[in-house]
Design a protein around this ligand. Structure first.
Ligand code: SAH
Length: 362
């Protein structure tokens, strides 16, 4: 296969609607080739073409999402995740409504116009309680977007929160292959339900973010190809990917982490195939490599998600080992990121940063 020609093909598929999507086989072969072989020319070209596409659609603007990790209680038991219910070493916490509001207050002053409420699947927060928190944030900060990332729920709950004012929802599909999904999750969880949730969220009107881990245990290049094909069916507004990083108190503690190179390859491919999607340079990418997030931006990412959680709980939201940015105050995080982003030739902007992928306006 000619890798340079395939990069053209990826680009054409993203740029021209109606163009055929690349085949599973060729995607898998290409991903393997640029990740594993020393084809530096293709690797470089892939990344620079991806960055150019981002520039065309979104310019040099990098959007901020203030991440509020409001609970680390979780009823699920995903094998990769540090806050899984079986992890007896996790020091559990919940933020009160006032604490959440105070995170938003800090964030707003710093220029954040999106707040992401993320947590384990914690039934302590009833659907009505979540709706109340969303209403409160939207009332105080009507110019801000509220994103929820609290797992698989039913349509009724998703609708309640949308009507309360939630704008966006993040729910990674994690892997689009059934067998691989079952290798990462206990039997009581299943891929069909996760996919169903994603389509429901979209249909309700949310801007939806999906995604997967790169280099998760047992993942093959064909799995990654299937992830791309699934994303093409879903057509999400945002696509979040980051390397798998082992956590010491999980069944995957001895598994190897995903690589920087493979993650950059996948970010760039996503950008070429889905030019209008928002793509974050994630904290896990910053964790496995010193300038990981900067490199993610140079490969086509255009969102960063700094932590707005109170410093005293940050170390407790340990999804994986050595997670970065758990010590600094929110203001320090912003300054640090601004400097990092500047080095890439891009700039952080204080805007909501809505997706260019179509969604229902309220
Ligand atoms: N409970 C919510 C939020 C999950 S945490 C939900 O179900 O959507 C957000 C994301 O962190 C997960 O979707 C997963 O892809 C990622 N994550 C979890 N453990 C990880 C690990 N060990 N390494 C890298 N990413 C991880």
């Amino acid at each position: 296969m000619d890798n340079l020609k395939f990069i053209e093909k990826l680009k054409n598929s993203g740029l021209n609607e109606g163009q055929a999507f690349p085949l599973r086989e060729e995607l898998a072969i290409f991903i393997r080739a640029v990740t594993e072989e020393n084809d530096e020319e293709s690797f470089r070209l892939l990344l620079s073409e991806a960055r150019k596409v981002t520039d065309t659609y979104y310019g040099k603007d990098i959007y901020l999402r203030g991440l509020i990790e409001f609970t680390n209680y979780c009823r699920n038991d995903c094998y990769y995740c540090g806050i899984r219910r079986s992890n007896k070493n996790a020091d559990r916490y919940r933020l009160t409504e006032d604490e959440i509001m105070s995170c938003c207050d800090t964030g707003y002053i710093l220029g954040y116009r999106t707040f992401v409420l993320q947590g384990g699947e914690d039934l302590y927060y009833t659907p009505e309680k979540i709706a109340e928190i969303v209403r409160k944030i939207k009332k105080k900060y009507p110019d801000c977007a509220v994103t929820l990332s609290i797992g698989e729920k039913n349509r009724e709950d998703y609708l309640l929160w949308y009507e309360a004012g939630a704008d966006r929802y993040l729910l990674r599909h994690e892997t689009a292959d059934n067998i691989h999904y079952q290798a990462l999750h206990p039997e009581e969880m299943n891929l069909d339900n996760r996919k169903k949730c994603l389509f429901t969220l979209k249909e309700i009107g949310y801007q939806v973010g999906s995604g997967f881990m790169v280099g998760s245990p047992y993942q093959t290049f064909y799995n990654l190809a299937d992830d791309l094909i699934f994303l093409n069916e879903l057509k999400p507004h945002m696509i979040g990917i980051g390397p798998f990083v082992p956590h010491k108190d999980t069944p995957f503690k001895d598994m190897k982490a995903g690589s920087l190179r493979e993650t950059l390859v996948m970010i760039a491919i996503l950008r070429l195939l889905f030019p209008k999607a928002l793509i974050p340079a994630t904290t896990s990418l910053g964790t496995i490599a010193k300038n990981g997030r900067e490199q993610g931006i140079l490969a086509g990412a255009n969102v960063v998600m700094p932590n707005l959680s109170p410093v005293n709980v940050r170390k407790k939201y340990m999804l994986y080992d050595n997670k970065i940015c758990t010590g600094e105050e929110a203001a320090e995080c912003k300054v640090c990121l601004e400097k990092r982003v500047e080095k890439t030739g891009c700039r952080i902007v204080d805007a909501r940063g809505d997706s260019l992928v179509e969604y229902r306006r309220r």
